[in-house]
Design a protein. Structure first.
Length: 56
């Protein structure tokens, strides 16, 4: 991971008054959004592959 990307994400989830130093709710939301994007991408890829198989 690029250092700039790492720092950008670290800055977004940091929370000084948290015992672990991060905003857990925001962190989980970011993870869930990333998983939703991955799921959407996989669905599109699966649809493309299914279309290619039908066309063969």
């Amino acid at each position: 991971m690029e250092e700039s990307d790492f720092q950008r994400i670290a800055d977004q989830i940091a929370q000084d008054d948290s015992p672990v130093g991060i905003d857990a709710k925001k962190t989980h939301i970011m993870i869930l959004l990333a998983l939703e994007r991955l799921e959407s991408r996989l669905e599109r890829i699966e649809q493309q592959l299914a279309g290619q198989e039908q066309g063969s």
